[in-house]
Write a protein that binds this ligand. Structure first.
Ligand code: G3H
Ligand code: 13P
Ligand code: ZN
Length: 307
């Protein structure tokens, strides 16, 4: 059933588990997410970036999710706008039927971010739609980074408290050292869990981890074996994801892992059967591999059997 984001995350926050927020750009990704949620009895966020919306068309994206939600009525699902860049973009998503939106004004000064977020919250809440915002910059932190440099990049817990209180945002993405894509850490993976815990203590609302792909060894290996090359890739280890959930993360954004798992299978079929051109022969194993990654993530985050 299609529900608001906060309905899923209030329960997750109270019971202390994380819910995967999986990006989709087409039917195949969406189907893989629902198949895994059905197998694991897990609530889900399905999220579309502005680029994904442009690719699918907003009406198609919403209709696809509404249809899947009808097919699997027992699965609580929130349809979320990932990294909305403006009030207008968030309003378009709300008008089209999204049940959760992110306004990402984190690159603006604090006061502008607060003002833009508050505006979106007012518009969305009148329509029963939940809102996510972000504080700090999404980038990896090196071992030798100074305290001042860290403070300049990562979330400031006191600011987070003020931001949440004044904007009335439903959930917050605090920058704690993750970044998007396949190359998250130069040296050993490191996240600022102490900072995360402070933000949680001060705000108490559901928190969101962006850039949470793990790039498990078996996913990297199947990509490499199929002829792909993501040599120095590094993701967030499973143990870190679990520690983040313990520290107050309830929504865990994952896209890169799904893309890598899917494309590895497509490439494999292309290599093994050079005369193949039936799309289904490529996409069926690709969806299966993607579903496996998603189902495994549900177990790791603790959302399995939480319906
Ligand atoms: O956070 C970004 C997501 O992975 C979506 O990326 O803008 O390439 O669709 P995209
Ligand atoms: P990854 O690139 O780590 O999958 O992060 C996705 C994300 O944060 C989407 O908002
Ligand atoms: Zn993100």
């Amino acid at each position: 059933m299609l529900v608001s984001g906060i309905e899923i995350l209030s329960k997750a926050n109270k019971e202390g588990y994380g819910v995967g927020a999986f990006n989709f750009v087409d039917f195949e990704m969406l189907n893989a997410i629902f198949v895994a949620a059905n197998e694991k009895n897990s609530p889900i966020f399905v999220q579309a970036s502005e680029g994904a919306i442009k690719y699918m068309g907003i009406e198609i994206a919403v209709a696809l999710v509404q249809t899947m939600a009808k097919k699997y009525p027992h699965i609580p699902v929130a349809l979320h706008l990932d990294h909305g860049t403006s009030f207008e973009s968030c309003k378009k998503a709300v008008d089209a039927g999204f049940t959760s939106v992110m306004i990402d004004a984190s690159h603006h000064p604090f006061d502008e971010n607060l003002e833009e977020t508050s505006k979106v919250v007012k518009m969305a809440h009148e329509r029963g739609v939940s809102v996510e915002a972000e504080l700090g910059r999404l980038m990896g932190i090196e071992d030798n980074i100074s305290v001042d440099e860290k403070d300049a990049v990562l979330v400031n817990p006191a600011e987070a408290e003020k931001f949440v209180r004044e904007s009335k945002v439903d959930y917050l993405a605090p920058a704690i050292g993750t970044s998007h894509g396949a190359f998250k850490f130069k040296g050993e993976p490191r996240l600022d869990f102490e900072r995360l815990k402070k933000v949680k203590e001060l705000t108490k609302i559901p928190l969101v981890l962006h850039g949470a792909s793990a790039i498990p060894d078996y996913v990297r290996a199947s990509f490499t074996q199929s002829g792909g090359d993501i040599g120095a890739s590094k993701g967030v280890p499973f143990s870190f994801l679990q520690e983040a959930v313990k520290g107050g993360i309830n929504k865990v954004n994952t896209d890169t892992d799904l893309r890598i798992a899917f494309i590895a299978e497509v490439r494999k079929v292309a290599n093994e059967d050079k005369s193949q051109f039936d799309l289904r022969k490529f996409f069926t194993p690709a969806m299966k591999a993607m579903s496996h990654v998603i189902a495994e993530r549900m177990d790791i985050l603790g959302s399995s059997n939480k319906i």
